[in-house]
Design a protein around this ligand. Structure first.
Ligand code: LR7
Ligand code: MN
Length: 568
């Protein structure tokens, strides 16, 4: 009896010990091991898996044990970074005691320097991302980083995060384009790191021309653009390359996480956002439309976006070249993301945010560098170029939202217009209808006018018929029938629009319910005449007075002359 009890106790003890070990092992297992299906993780990195796992993150996350991204150590680290003397590079540019740590870079330089060149960051992806599979033969990429007077510690951390968190075989090279920073060594010294190349501009060009220079020098078939103060997260690159490999017309971005400009904490950004803008061409993050959100059953799927933020994206190099790279007459900073986004969508490509790719970026509140032509004028020049080339008649809303842009110089756009014709791109209306229907088109101020022909006015009789009649004064009740709202392309009265009944000369003109997609209702001014857009024929009262019709345009004809007279 005693032996049985002793045996039972022994068995229970062993089971308890085994259970405890199993629990600890489970607890310690790195989450990335669940992704063993995702082959393209670098073999070298995989063998180091044991050094990842649960660690304690300092600062704001102090008490929460977190799964962190993997940082290789020892030999692998040497292979990736070579003999580069990191300490010397960083220490020669330290903040002097008493100096304002925000002055030079508009973020807390002291904190950035303190962090050093590598650190563990939280894997901010949805947990299902870890089990997504990628092709084993993804193409490699040239990473292009342009910078002007970037802090050494942020720049180095950007580069090291790329080298350490990407499968080495997928990084062909990292091209730094030093946009005429004060110290050429900021860039030059970094070229001691294997795969890192340094190009230096002989004068300040701005990020747009710098990126074009970097892209032209790239030897890989795929381009990856990064800002100079980023940290890429676990397996950030594979989802991007996979989507572009499948379809070279896709231009893809990661979710851009936030690195605090004060304490450099790495914070997860919402996965429900996409890029949008208002009519002043101000970029903003916005919620994805509710219907799309409801339809999303798989959080690893791409999110279509009307525009990209601009700094962090992957694009096929031949597609980049085919579409005309960038508008190199844009200076320093701003607007190029709209120009690229409109161009990609309107000329046959698409823009996506891939939620399983995460890259952190230090968002700042001001520009730490100067704009030779001034910040406001540069932004206006760049966005005016984008609006003039791509926004067709909708550019009026840009000017209405940004009146100061009118009359400001923006250079010649002939080349870019030619490019648009050559690429046979869709209209901005197409873009609004198909890509960004959520962008509200501002109500035009309702302006009512008479449409006068000599002493007579165009008027409606009931719902259907039209004719000319003596103009009524604004006090008269009957003026309603002569009161027109001219909102291009419509000539309307309340919900009814002037429409042709057929596209042939002599066809009658009538009133019918307005429909923005109906080509029979679209008109534009042609001198004193009103021309039907599609048929090219003009509104004619065909004297001696009959119901109005459309006839070939001769704007000098009295029967085709319609003088708008505002009703106040
Ligand atoms: O003259 C310059 N030359 C440069 O090389 C001015 C800037 N630069 C570099 C600079 O060092 C940095 O690497 O260009 C990059 C972007 O400049 P930032 O970081 O000062 O600007 P930003 O982060 O506000 O820029 C966002 O908008 C820009 C519009 O022109 C670009 O598209 C940036 O790439 C873009 N950054 C991002 O999309 C990251 C996410 C931020 C958001 C939203
Ligand atoms: Mn930036």
């Amino acid at each position: 009896m005693r032996r049985i009890r002793a045996n039972a106790i022994a068995i229970l003890t062993v089971a308890w010990i085994l259970g405890t070990f199993y629990y600890l092992w489970q607890d310690n297992k790195p989450r990335s091991s669940a992704s063993s299906a995702s082959q393209p993780r670098a073999a070298g990195i995989k063998s180091q898996k044991g050094s990842a796992g649960r660690v304690e993150i300092l600062r704001e996350d102090r008490t929460i044990p977190l799964i962190v991204t993997h940082v290789p150590h020892g030999e692998l680290q040497n292979q990736l970074v070579g003999s580069f003397d990191e300490k010397a590079y960083l220490s020669s540019k330290q903040l002097r005691p008493g100096e304002d740590p925000y002055r030079e870079h508009a973020f807390n330089l002291q904190e950035s320097d303190r962090l050093g060149s590598e650190r563990a960051i939280r894997d901010t992806r949805h947990y299902r991302c870890a089990s997504v599979n990628f092709d084993s033969d993804l193409p490699s990429t040239s990473v292009i980083i342009t910078f002007h007077n970037e802090a050494r510690s942020t720049l180095l951390r950007t580069i090291k995060s790329v080298l350490m968190r990407s499968p080495p075989s997928l990084i062909q090279e990292i091209i730094l384009v030093d946009d005429f920073s004060a110290d050429p060594e900021d860039c030059q010294l970094l070229s001691q790191i294997p795969k890192v190349r340094c190009l230096r501009n002989g004068r300040r060009e701005g990020l747009i021309r710098s990126r074009v220079r970097g892209a032209s020098a790239a030897s890989a078939t795929i381009l990856t653009f990064l800002d100079s103060h980023c940290e890429v997260n676990t397996d950030w690159l594979q989802p991007l390359l996979q989507r572009v490999k499948e379809d070279h017309t896709r231009v893809v971005s990661p979710i851009i996480d936030v690195i605090s400009l004060d304490n450099f904490a790495y914070l997860a950004a919402s996965a429900d956002l996409r890029g949008g803008f208002d009519w002043s061409l101000h970029f903003k993050w916005e919620q994805i439309p509710i219907e799309q959100k409801m339809a999303r059953t798989d959080p690893t799927q791409p999110i279509k976006t009307p525009v990209i933020a601009g700094g962090i994206f992957v694009m096929d190099k031949s597609w980049f070249n085919h579409l005309g790279q960038y508008d190199t007459h844009m200076d320093i900073w701003g607007g190029e993301n709209f120009e690229l986004s409109f161009r990609v969508w309107m000329c046959g490509g698409s823009l996506e945010i891939l939620p399983c790719s995460r890259v952190g970026h230090v968002f700042r509140k001001r520009h730490p560098y100067d704009f030779p032509e001034g910040n406001a004028l540069t932004y206006i020049k760049n966005t005016r170029r984008a609006a003039e080339v791509w926004m067709d008649e909708y550019k009026q809303y840009y000017y209405a939202a940004r009146p100061s842009a009118q009359g400001k110089a923006f250079g010649s756009i002939t080349d870019r217009i030619e490019l648009r014709h050559k690429l046979n791109c869709n209209s901005f209306r197409w873009y609004l209808e198909n890509v960004y229907p959520e962008l509200r088109i501002p109500e035009q101020e309702a302006v009512f006018s008479l449409l006068k022909q000599g002493g007579l006015c165009l008027e409606t009789h009931g719902a259907d018929s039209l004719g000319l009649a003596e103009c009524k004064g604004s006090g008269s009740n009957r003026v309603q029938a002569q009161k027109w709202m001219l909102v291009e392309p419509h000539i309307r009265q309340h919900d009814l629009c002037l429409a042709i009944s057929a596209f042939t000369p002599g066809s009658k003109v009538k009133m019918e319910a307005c429909n923005p997609k109906e080509p029979r209702q679209k008109w534009k001014p042609k001198g004193p005449a009103l021309q039907h857009v599609v048929s090219g024929l003009c509104l004619d009262s065909q004297p001696p007075i009959g119901p109005p019709v459309i006839t070939p345009c001769h704007p000098q004809l009295a029967s085709q002359s319609w003088e708008p007279q505002l009703i106040t």
